[in-house]
Ligand binder design. Structure first.
Ligand code: FEO
Length: 405
């Protein structure tokens, strides 16, 4: 059995998921992990969160490697989404002496999830905690509970453990997580650029639309004397806490490089691709950071990560059945839900005998609160060389970018 102790008296009893490649529609090219923790404090033992249900046996084996489950006195559930609570009904019978603790919403949502599997009494006995509630577990260790509603669900909370004799640990659940499988737990034991890229992708796909709430919550978390952060996905933070907090501050405020462009499109018979490539070339020639992705070749979760970082997003689609190409329609719908902030939008596309795609793109971008340019590019069938001269429109785009968000 590997050594599960990550900080003195803190053990990771979760599961590293090397296989998962899709997390409710989000591509997880690097796998993930469902971290759950045990803290030992004198004669008290505390379990924090569980793992996705298919990995219950592994989770139980890890717990038993650390303690007898009957010795567990407190079982803290920070969040009810099934990647963290899936094993809840299975582990509860192994914990006859544990008091369960969750946020007020957490108690409600646990019952709404697991009423078929557990007696109603189990839910009635859960201790509901809120802002300012503490749990002194002796030996210098004390937990404080901080609700962080909507980061990621209404029930979400973080648990901060102060330790007079050791490290202060923030058990942050989804916050500061990344979908990545790695046998090394800490940030400084992994390739940092890869960890930050996965943290950005996680933020873009899970948290981006909650940015206003996150911006309000971050200062509260920032006041805590944190030594290490133990999230529920991916690596823990001990050497780069200010960096990940700064990244969250930037992402949640919509701060972006003013000169960065994303071109996202799809194409039926290459006409829209020709427009996309000509736009790319013109922007590239101005020395501006520009990226170009065809939706058939990229999944939405990677593209939205780029969208979060870009100032301008140029969207192209051929007209199909008087409307959008399906991949573009799906992307725009996904983007609308995640609400990237401070974006300039431009619509382009090709058509045959009737238009429709460009109008539909504009509607979707406006519904996503983009600052949509009045200029559009609509070209019938195959573009002629002179139609692919985009100097003027790129001038206007740059002018708009320079005005700032
Ligand atoms: Fe990782 Fe919102 O669950």
């Amino acid at each position: 059995m590997q050594n599960l102790e990550i900080v003195k008296d803190v053990f990771n009893v979760g599961y590293i998921d090397w296989e998962v490649r899709n997390f409710h529609g989000y591509s997880t090219h690097k796998g993930s992990s469902y971290n759950a923790y045990i803290v030992k404090s004198g004669n008290k033992t505390i379990l924090i969160d569980t793992v996705k249900r298919p990995y219950f046996n592994y989770f139980l084996k890890n717990i038993k490697a650390v303690c007898d489950p009957k010795e567990i006195n407190y079982f803290i559930m920070n969040h009810v989404e099934p990647d963290h609570s899936g094993s809840f009904p299975l582990i509860v019978p192994h914990l006859p002496n544990a008091e369960i603790i969750a946020s007020v919403k957490g108690v409600e949502i646990l019952e709404q999830h697991y009423h078929e599997e557990l007696e109603g009494d189990v839910f009635k006995k859960i201790r509901a905690v809120g802002e300012g509630d503490n749990l002194d577990v002796g030996n210098g260790k004390k937990f404080s509970f901080i609700p962080i509603p909507m980061i990621h669900w209404p029930d979400s909370m973080v648990s901060f453990m102060s330790d007079e004799n050791g490290k202060n640990v923030l058990f942050s659940n989804d916050a500061f997580g990344q979908h990545i499988a790695t046998s090394k737990f800490w940030d400084d034991e992994n390739i940092l650029s890869e960890i930050f890229e996965q943290a950005a992708k996680y933020y873009a796909n899970i948290l981006l639309h909650l940015s206003k709430l996150i911006a309000k919550t971050l200062p509260v978390v920032g006041t805590l004397p944190i030594d290490v952060i133990c999230p529920s996905h991916g690596v823990g933070w001990r050497s780069h806490i200010p960096d990940i907090v700064e990244a969250y501050t930037k992402w949640s405020s919509g701060e972006i490089d003013q000169h960065s462009v994303l071109i996202v499109y799809d194409t039926m018979w290459e006409s829209t691709a020709k427009i996309a490539k000509a736009l790319y070339q013109e922007i590239f020639s101005r020395g501006i950071l520009v990226k170009r992705f065809r939706l058939t070749e990229m999944d939405y979760s990677d593209v939205i990560t780029e969208a979060m970082k870009a100032r301008a997003i140029l969207v192209g689609s051929p007209t199909l059945n008087m409307g959008l190409y399906p991949t573009v329609a799906e992307y725009l719908s996904y983007q609308k839900g995640l609400k990237p902030m401070n974006k300039i939008g431009l619509a382009f596309g090709s058509y045959g005998w009737s238009k429709g795609a460009v109008k539909a793109i504009i509607e979707e971008l406006k519904a996503t609160k983009f600052d949509v340019m009045d200029e559009t590019i609509e070209i019938k069938f195959v573009p002629r060389l002179e139609q692919l001269d985009f100097k003027d429109i790129v001038d206007k785009l740059i002018e708009k970018m320079e005005k700032g968000a």
